[in-house]
Write a protein that binds this ligand. Structure first.
Ligand code: AHM
Ligand code: MG
Length: 338
């Protein structure tokens, strides 16, 4: 165990020292996100109390309107980042359009995209949920940020991360110099470095997918799944199945223990043949984290990070985790699916 106690603030600052020309804007943006995460964590840990203190959408005992947690998390992220002068624009999974900086407040050089509370359908059953974020540099010249600032591929991310609200709250982030995990000490309200330099282990343990939808999958994905289960021509040493149905929690476990998470395209809804997960708020930031931990993310045919989004809420199939396992998905899809 490391002797030294390192807070996320100190860690971010030390990372900045590696960039002598840095102005501190980016460093402060990461602080702001860590602070938003603490506020969201405070509310998610009280989630079960909503039933007692007042139902979401109704009045609580103090006569205040209760907000649904995903709406609350969205508002925290927006309020925390609108007035700082560090961003020119934001985009959230919860908002149909881009979020511009309010008039009269300065704009800055960065763009923030986020899913404020992913897996929120799990809140009622006390299963882990998460916040996912990505940071880009603006591409527009100046003034208010534009939708083009948000529609950048994952390979242009300057940082990405997620917060998992689980048995404990953790924040994991990367600026391209390793992936680092911090655990929130709720007593002192600080994120403390608990997982420096996360690397996906060589030997994967898990595959994670919603097998309930297998009948809707392409032949390549079905064959890939058989292979993961040790039933293919060249069997993999058997993997365990783990599926929470909460992307951040499924991704986090496989990042630490090795494995693959996939949510392929399926034919349930002809309007969305591209899978369920969102490229901008979910797939691209986690792809950045995976690669910086030695892993990989693909849509089954190409790296997630190479896909240039054409709309804010674009969906994508996602295969993510240990590099060998994700590359194998590409092989099966290339072989069986035309
Ligand atoms: P959400 O953004 O509406 O919360 O949905 C995303 C979630 C992910 O966390 C998870 O991986 C997926 O939906 C689970 O979907 P399913 O229940 O279809 O397996
Ligand atoms: Mg989501």
């Amino acid at each position: 165990m490391a002797e030294e106690i390192i807070t996320i603030e100190r860690h971010i600052l030390e990372m900045q020292r590696g960039h002598p020309t840095a102005t501190g804007v980016f460093t402060n943006l990461l602080y702001d996100i860590a602070l938003a995460a603490k506020v969201i964590a405070r509310e998610t840990t009280r989630a079960g109390l909503v039933e007692i203190l007042g139902l979401a959408g109704k009045m609580n005992v103090q006569g205040e309107a209760q907000m649904k947690l995903d709406v609350f998390a969205n508002q925290v992220m927006i309020r925390m980042n609108s007035y700082t002068g560090r961003l020119c624009v934001m985009a959230s999974e919860e908002e149909p359009e881009i979020i511009t900086i309010p008039e009269g407040y300065p704009t800055g050089p960065y763009v923030l995209v986020f899913d404020p509370l992913d897996g929120s359908s799990n809140i009622d059953v006390n299963v882990s949920i998460g916040t996912i974020f990505g940071i880009y540099r603006r591409v527009s010249a100046g003034g208010p940020g534009t939708v083009e600032d948000c529609l950048q591929p994952g390979n242009r991310l300057v940082a990405a991360g997620y917060v998992i609200y689980g048995a404990s709250t953790m924040m994991v982030y990367s600026t391209g110099q390793g992936v680092h995990g911090f655990t929130l000490d709720p007593g002192v309200g600080e994120f403390l470095l608990s997982h420096p330099n996360i690397r996906i282990p060589e030997r994967p343990k898990y595959f994670s997918t919603n097998l309930g939808y297998q009948r809707y999958w392409s032949p390549g994905v079905v064959e890939y799944t058989r292979w993961l289960q040790g039933m293919g021509d060249e069997p993999v040493s058997s993997l365990s199945l783990r599926y929470i149905g909460s992307l951040v929690a499924d991704f986090h476990r496989n990042l630490l223990d090795g494995g693959v998470f996939y949510y392929p395209a399926d034919t349930r809804d002809p309007k969305t043949p591209h899978g369920k997960l969102r490229l901008l708020y979910e797939a691209a930031p986690l792809a950045f984290i995976a690669r910086n931990a030695g892993g990989y993310a693909s849509d089954g045919r190409q790296p997630i990070e190479d896909i240039v989004p054409t709309s804010l809420h674009q969906r994508t199939p996602l295969f993510i985790g240990s590099r060998d396992l994700v590359e194998k998905a590409e092989v099966f899809i290339g072989r069986y699916d035309q």
